[in-house]
Design a protein around this ligand. Sequence first.
Ligand code: HEM
Length: 394
Amino acid sequence: MSDLSRRNLLSLGVALGLVGVTGVAPALAAPAGADPWWAWDDELDQVMATLLDTGQVPAVNTALRPWVNNNHALPTGLPTALATHLQHANALPAWADRAKLRLAADFNRRKDTYLFMLYGLGSGIMSTVIPREAKSVYWSAGGADMQDRAAKTFTFGYDLSELNAFEPGGQFVVTANKTRLVHAAVRHLLPQSPHWSAVADEQNGIPISNGDILVTFHSLGTFVHRKLVEWRVPMTAAEEDAFLHMWKVAIHLLGVRDEFIPQTWAAADAQAARVLTPILAPSFEGRELAEDLLGLTAQIDLGVTRGFLNEFVRYVLSDAIGDWLGLRRDLAAAALVRTGWPAYIAFREGLLPVMPVGFYMFDQFIRALAMLFLNNASSPTTTVITIPTGNRPG
Ligand code: HEM
């Protein structure tokens, strides 16, 4: 994003809700002696590299397939080193608070309308302007079927939001652990891709550091929280705290070291302003990914025009991002979104006595989006997370 002035950068940050309106983006130093951009998942990465190099991953995938629920026993027959890792990693951290996780689940259920919208159209499209993420997703094996890949990525947030996600009968702990295995495999595989190597700028040439995972967390949890605040969606302090707690547990399960995980929303906002906003930029891979994502939504009748969809993305993310992705303007739709969406929220939340114009249109749009994501994406009952054994061929 070298061509963006500090002013543009700040207005982008404000638009995304990641910088306070004063424009002050507080710096947050990494804890002394530790740098999340130089932290990966060393032990697991080593185990996974050996499994890939010795051709054991297809058998591991077969063994892992029936392992789905949090209370399922670990599959038998896994290579010892992997079984040892999972025995240790497949548990909530000691600091996890089940009461908070239950409150977060209830909050997610009550606010699911906005969450669909924000994870799907906000975080999902934002991931395409996070260059490292876009490039690694594009050049990994899954990049060859981008719609499937994209759907999986942007619904992770939704999977996390399932009512029983962290309960014994839920599936999120296992899903997160499988995702951690996939990321470990990607760290070994992508550096072997000439295409990825030609465009990568990662430290040490290894993708998906703890820092990168935090960036993605900010594009999901931190972004969504900021937008809910900005849109004046009623939330109690306990609910906001529970929502953060849920995300803290999630990124712990993905292998981020506890010392790097922000402890408050203020710390998360500050870290996002430092590590996410300044790196947002268009890329060839990101544009392709965005095209596929928005193409996904174009496949069904959302009850709105493509111009409306483009303007909604611009409204949720920013005009700068809309321009990077070449989203065609529709000024009438833009005006409708700007006035209609806040009124829609206010009416839904019981803060507006009269049903606003366009209420049904917004409602239909959201319902159609929810159906689309649920049908296309990895709902917890259908998720099959498979460890890749190669990269996108070209
Ligand atoms: C795979 C989620 C961070 C790159 C996956 C999968 C999930 C996921 C659910 C498995 C999808 C499947 O195959 O079924 C997340 C979450 C993150 C995160 C929740 C952070 C909060 C990142 C980051 C990068 C990344 C930071 C790169 C910079 C990839 C790649 C794959 C993958 C390349 C494998 C694609 C393939 O199948 O070939 N991620 N991810 N992820 N993720 Fe992440």
